[in-house]
Design a protein. Structure first.
Length: 272
């Protein structure tokens, strides 16, 4: 899975960063679009259709659609589903938490992001898990700078998450991104001494920690995609795509409306 070879990691210049800004912004706009539609009674199939049409209307398409046989445009992971939940006709229920994960390709560049959404009023343990997961993501991002290493990202996430009595899923990780959805480097959300890569300007990758309220173990359902917690505990995930600059990082997938965290209330600045 992971490897240490620095020379296989693509590095990008200003033109690529501009392409990723546009793709990332469109992806964030798509996540903003569904805010008003994530309500009790709405099937996740409707959310998938909304995103599919939004992408087409803006000259983009979903990287997920037909990826290794996947037949939807987004992933919708509810409650104990860790990731890769498949949209269907089952209606969302009051109290659910749902992760919506979108990768849109615009002019050849991939924007990849996910957020948690609250379906009506959610239990405090669920909202707290989402809060901790978002904070873990942002702490991981803050560790990104030239001269740091990928383990610095994992350490920031793991230390905070476990300190808040949440567990870090090991089976899934962040990844390099650009004109392909998945490239080196692998971005682990925990410390792994066998894999540690120096962060240098021009890298682009996602950070996307998945945290569980219970144990970290997951299993894949018979559909070959849906990953769930083995102990049926709640799981949450947030994801951004970013590029490494000379002084730190640039997040490509920030919400233009300031919808960074549920319940989504528009911020005055639209920035963090």
């Amino acid at each position: 899975m992971a490897h240490n070879r620095q020379d296989t990691i693509p590095l990008y210049g200003p033109e690529a960063f501009e392409g990723m800004r546009k793709a990332g912004r469109l992806t964030a706009e798509a996540l903003d679009l569904v805010v008003d539609h994530v309500v009790p009674g709405v099937p996740t199939e409707k959310l998938d259709k909304l995103i599919f049409e939004y992408a087409l209307d803006h000259g983009a398409y979903s990287a997920d659609l037909c990826y290794r046989g996947y037949r939807k445009s987004i992933c919708t992971s509810i409650n104990h589903v860790v990731c890769h939940g498949i949209p269907n006709e089952k209606p969302l229920r009051e109290g659910d938490i749902v992760n919506i994960d979108i990768t849109l390709i615009l002019d050849g560049w991939c924007g990849d992001a996910s957020r948690m959404y609250y379906v009506g009023e959610v239990p405090r343990k669920a909202s707290r898990l989402c809060e901790v997961t978002h904070e873990a993501l942002m702490r991981g991002i803050q560790a990104v700078k030239p001269g740091a290493t990928t383990n610095d990202i994992g350490r920031a996430i793991q230390t905070y998450a476990e300190g808040e009595r949440c567990s870090v899923v090991r089976e899934f990780c962040g990844h390099g991104i650009g004109q392909s959805m998945h490239t080196p480097p692998t971005i682990l959300h925990y410390v792994e001494n066998k894999y540690d890569v120096e962060i240098v300007p021009g890298m682009m990758f996602t950070i996307e920690p998945m945290l569980n309220l219970g144990r970290p173990e997951v299993k894949i359902l018979s559909d070959g995609w849906t990953a769930v917690t083995r102990d049926h505990s709640l799981s949450a995930q947030f994801e951004h795509t970013l590029g490494v600059t000379e002084t730190g990082f640039e997040i490509f997938t920030l919400s233009p409306n300031g919808y960074h965290f549920p319940p989504f209330q528009q911020s005055e600045t639209g920035t963090l």
